[in-house]
Design a protein around this ligand. Structure first.
Ligand SMILES: Cc1cc2nc3c(=O)[nH]c(=O)nc-3n(C[C@H](O)[C@H](O)[C@H](O)COP(=O)(O)OP(=O)(O)OC[C@H]3O[C@@H](n4cnc5c(N)ncnc54)[C@H](O)[C@@H]3O)c2cc1C
Length: 413
């Protein structure tokens, strides 16, 4: 559809708030369709050094192609073997499935390079908006105001656009956190390298859920010896005090929206390493020891009643946030971007109709994927409201279930 009408949306003024993957995907697609697009990102310095690993799905590659990124170039590392390691380091379950694992920074670099340098404004924080007829006026913290035909809020989990239009929709903490980190390939012992580097691996001791896979090096280099290993370790932190303690730095400052990696107290990192030695397969304990700057994200559920208000639209994590178990964060943002761009191109003279269809379709998918990811995460619960809940959690904890469901696309809704 986009190719046939590719200049149909010529001149439509679009403001994208948030210059991460979701924002850059939709911005590239709409620019290619002839829209007059600018991207406004709050963070001033380069985002590229920040991310870790991303599970890729076919829909995501399709979206990158539509955004003008040549997906034939090495975009990730393929794995076709999944294993679960027992506490003693032996393989207790195995499943063959092919998947490509990407590095956030490689994906970001490709999308950023595809977008016009002078249309991307770093260090520009969106602060609010007013609708006026078929236009919307976006306001920024530096006093700039821009009138647009379409305002896209791709501003992530703590979205200002969402707070502005849907103040009651807030992330709900799920009672556990995901520790994350990466290890340079050259630092890994030969035994651990042999077991983990070419596989997607899990370790599932009671109450814990660890997984890992290889990603490209920081500069996108995917040659053996230059890659990195990405770990995600889900751990319960149910008590309010426990989460607060982890989010408080050595100077006593609490960071409720997420503590920056370098500020996590050394005692918390030492506790993490001790827990890895006590609970995990030795290969994963070694990885936790080698991660230089571990960081964590609180696992949350987020839903909105609607993704459209007048000419303002939510996209990606700003609207629905599914727990990371299904690995759909980037793919969901990509699906939002593809449909929004297609509809704008198909109905350039009736943007209201395009947004109505987008709202209905993507809310339906957002609700579905959020509920599915919540079920996958039910294994992290430690108390149950019913026997059915307990059985569900046990099902999703089984090694066979993890091998076949975690980070893989769900069945269509
Ligand atoms: C730096 C970074 C690293 C990440 N690394 C990983 C990773 O390693 N693995 C993974 O699975 N997911 C990662 N993610 C999340 C992943 O990008 C998202 O789940 C997915 O791409 C959907 O993202 P999004 O573009 O909707 O939101 P996000 O990627 O969260 O991006 C939102 C963007 O909006 C910006 N923003 C927020 N508020 C404002 C405002 N008021 N004005 C202007 N800009 C604003 C933020 O700075 C951010 O760049 C990362 C996100 C970021 C920002």
């Amino acid at each position: 559809m986009m190719a046939a009408n590719s200049r149909a949306a010529d001149g439509l003024r679009v403001v994208v708030v948030g210059g991460s993957l979701g924002g850059l995907l939709v911005a590239n697609m709409l620019r290619r369709a002839g829209c007059d697009v600018t991207v406004h990102e709050r963070i001033g310095e380069a985002l590229s050094g920040r991310g870790v690993g991303i599970a890729a799905h076919a829909e995501m590659f399709d979206a990158f192609g539509r955004a003008g990124v040549d997906v034939n170039q090495a975009i990730g590392i393929a794995v076709d073997d999944r294993i679960v390691l027992a506490r003693d380091g032996s393989v207790m379950a195995r499943h063959k499935v092919r998947q490509v694992m990407c590095s956030w920074s490689s994906l970001f670099g490709l999308l950023r390079a595809a977008f016009a340098e002078d249309r991307y404004f770093a260090g520009m924080e969106f602060s609010g908006a007013e609708q006026s007829g078929a236009k919307v006026r976006a306001r920024f913290a530096d006093g700039t105001e821009i009138e647009a035909d379409l305002l896209i809020g791709a501003d992530g989990i703590h979205s200002t656009l969402r707070r502005h239009y849907w103040p009651a929709s807030k992330p709900q903490y799920a009672g556990y956190i995901a520790w994350r980190g990466i290890v340079e390939e050259a630092r890994v012992s030969r035994e651990t390298h042999e077991m983990l580097f070419t596989r997607y691996a899990f370790c599932l001791p009671p109450g814990e859920h660890m997984l890992g896979y290889a990603i490209a090096g920081a500069d996108g280099d995917d040659r053996p010896g230059r890659r990195r290993y990405n770990i995600v370790w889900y751990r319960r932190a149910e008590e309010e005090g426990e989460l607060r303690r982890l989010m408080t730095d050595a100077a006593g400052t609490h960071h409720p929206l997420g503590i920056p990696p370098g500020l996590i107290r050394s005692e918390a990192v030492a506790e993490l390493r001790a827990a890895a030695r006590a609970n995990l397969a030795p290969q994963f304990a070694e990885m936790v020891e080698l991660v230089e700057t571990p960081f964590f994200q609180s696992v949350v559920d987020m839903e909105v009643p609607s993704m459209v208000s007048g000419r303002a639209v939510l996209l990606g994590d700003a609207a629905f946030l599914a727990r990371p178990h299904c690995g759909m964060g980037v793919t969901k943002a990509a699906g939002d971007a593809v449909l929004l761009a297609e509809l704008v191109v198909a109905f350039p003279d009736d943007i209201g109709h395009a947004l109505q269809v987008y709202d209905a379709e993507r809310c339906r998918f957002g609700r579905y994927i959020t509920a599915y990811a919540r079920r996958l995460g039910s294994q992290m619960k430690h108390s149950y409201a019913s026997e059915e809940e307990r059985r569900e959690a046990e099902y999703y904890r089984r090694p066979e279930t993890c091998l076949r469901k975690i980070s893989l696309p769900p069945d269509p809704p």
